[in-house]
Write a protein that binds this ligand. Structure first.
Ligand code: HEC
Length: 191
């Protein structure tokens, strides 16, 4: 019985040693190096502007950078009046060589702002369609830019329109429905 006890004790492994081995010198040196490098990096960069991980210059869009008449025309008008301003025969009237575009600037402003419906004759052709209003969707500066663009593009050669003209139009015709040719002639003296 006693012998049995002894055998069990002799089978035991010795207690493991703890805390007697120091951290290897290489590891300590590596750690010290990393700490030095890290704090040195932070100190070196103190006061540098925070530009993000890889220091790329962030792109900041200016508020008025988007107002570009040619871009607006391509995005808003060209689907109907076409990139070359010639429209689609029988459906969308041309803006190139159109007296409605190159005459009194308030007329294209009115058409873009509030839309147009009913019969209209453009460059000798009759059209009968409906153009949507853009006054709710474009700012005064954007309407001035896109109207200035169509007045000057495709050798139209008419003077540009200022934002004031659009602001003045808005003041006079607030909350108006789509224009007709008759109404344009009565109110603004269309061609
Ligand atoms: C959804 C198609 C459509 C879009 C988009 C459109 N128009 Fe029109 N536009 C028309 C139609 C259709 C007419 C003719 C309406 C009629 O028959 O009464 C017209 C007529 C005109 C006219 C007078 C007639 C002429 O040819 O000179 C002008 C000026 C004009 N549009 C300018 C513009 C401008 C500038 C834009 C962009 C801001 C624009 N339109 C966007 C369909 C469109």
């Amino acid at each position: 019985m006693n012998q049995e006890k002894d055998r069990a004790r002799r089978r035991e492994q010795p207690e493991p040693e703890e805390g007697t081995r120091p951290v290897p010198k290489v590891v300590s040196a590596l750690l010290a190096g990393l700490v030095l490098w890290g704090s040195g990096y932070i100190l070196w960069h103190a006061g540098w502007p925070l530009t993000g991980g890889d220091s790329r210059t962030p792109v900041v869009l200016q508020a008025d950078e988007g107002v570009n008449g040619a871009n607006l025309y391509a995005n808003v008008c060209a689907s109907c009046h076409q990139g070359n301003g010639r429209g689609v025969p029988g459906a969308f009237p041309p803006l190139a060589d159109s007296a409605w575009v190159t005459g009194d600037p308030r007329i294209p402003v009115a058409i873009v702002h509030d839309g147009l419906q009913g019969p209209i004759e453009v460059a000798g052709e009759r059209y009968q369609g409906a153009m949507p209003a853009f006054g709710g969707q474009l700012s005064a500066a954007e309407i001035a830019a896109v109207v200035s663009h169509v007045r000057n593009a495709w050798s139209n050669g008419a003077a540009e329109v200022s934002t004031d003209v659009v602001a003045g139009y808005r003041e006079r015709f607030a909350e108006r429905g789509p224009w007709t040719v008759d109404a344009l002639r009565t109110e603004l003296g269309g061609p």
